[in-house]
Design a protein around this ligand. Structure first.
Ligand code: NDP
Ligand code: 8X3
Length: 251
């Protein structure tokens, strides 16, 4: 049986992907910082599906913690890992660059770029050992177009877009597929995090149109993971029907 390792599975896209892959018979390794949520999700998935679920809680920004967690995976699970979904990420703040907060910048760059790299560095050797593999990086439409006051978040997602291309080139000799998924506006905990707990501000982002859901993105990730061995979906942009790109949203 194949195992999928999903970062940021305590909420939003990652959580929806965990349920989707489990419903299709995949064993899971789910990760995030909130151990209580991971345990609840693990129990709930196990009550619905006959799959193995391992949860590992660590902060992707902490390279030593990433190493320790990934290296703690028991050999019987390790040798089944076929898919890595680099999903953990966030936006913090929505200020113009001249008003930006350097702590917010650090959090975004350390999580979205360095965290993705630390996890990939540990998991790529496992995919190579296992003789096949697929890395799915969750980027964003913010990694395709830069919008007003999106500055550092957009830059971090442009970096993810670029790293997806780089991984696809560098890992070519090992038959490892790399898919970049760039979703547009989706209602998850994303905006609550971005606006530092201001639920009203977060809700306003999604008023007047039907945004994507975590489940929509999970369906696409699963589809990308289900193509034949010789087929790789390289880059997928997915928006809700009301959104054309980062600039045009019909409300
Ligand atoms: P959520 O806030 O709902 O989920 C984010 C997940 O990332 C959580 O599980 C969180 O877990 C995890 N995470 C955040 N920081 C860290 C960290 N330092 N270490 C480990 N895990 C971390 O948002 P989404 O599901 O929307 O976001 C998932 C990804 O999709 C992100 O990369 C985001 O940038 C991207 N995205 C989101 C879009 C949207 O509109 N929602 C659109 C396009 C892309 P925990 O807090 O438990 O650590
Ligand atoms: C999240 C989508 O448009 O808020 O990546 O940047 S957006």
């Amino acid at each position: 049986m194949s195992t999928v390792l999903i970062t940021g599975a305590t909420s939003g896209f990652g959580k929806a992907m965990a349920y989707k892959f489990a419903s299709e018979g995949y064993d899971l390794i789910i990760t995030g910082r909130r151990a209580d949520r991971l345990e609840t999700i693990k129990k709930d998935i196990r009550s619905q599906h006959d799959v193995h679920v391992l949860s590992l809680h660590f902060d992707v920004r902490d390279q030593e913690a990433v190493k320790t967690a990934i290296r703690s995976i028991p050999n019987e699970s390790r040798k089944e890992i076929k898919i890595l979904i680099n999903n953990a990420g966030l936006a913090v703040g929505r200020d113009t660059i001249d008003n930006g907060n350097t702590d917010d910048w650090d959090r975004m760059i350390d999580t979205n770029v360095k965290g993705l790299l630390y996890v990939s560095k540990e998991v790529i050797p496992i995919l190579k050992e296992n003789g096949e593999g697929h890395i799915i990086n969750i980027a964003s439409t913010a990694g395709k177009e830069t919008y007003l006051s999106g500055n550092v978040y957009c830059a971090s997602k442009h970096a993810v877009d670029s790293l997806s291309k780089a991984m696809r080139i560098d890992l070519l000799p090992y038959g490892i597929k790399v898919t970049n998924i760039a979703p547009g506006l989706a209602e998850t905990e994303f905006s609550v995090v971005r606006f530092k707990g201001d639920q009203e501000k977060a809700d306003a982002v999604y008023q007047g149109f039907a945004p994507l859901t975590g489940e929509d993105v999970a369906e696409v990730a699963f589809y990308a993971a289900s193509t034949p061995k010789h087929v790789c979906l390289n880059d997928i942009v997915i928006t809700c029907t009301s959104q054309a790109n980062s600039f045009y949203l019909h409300k």
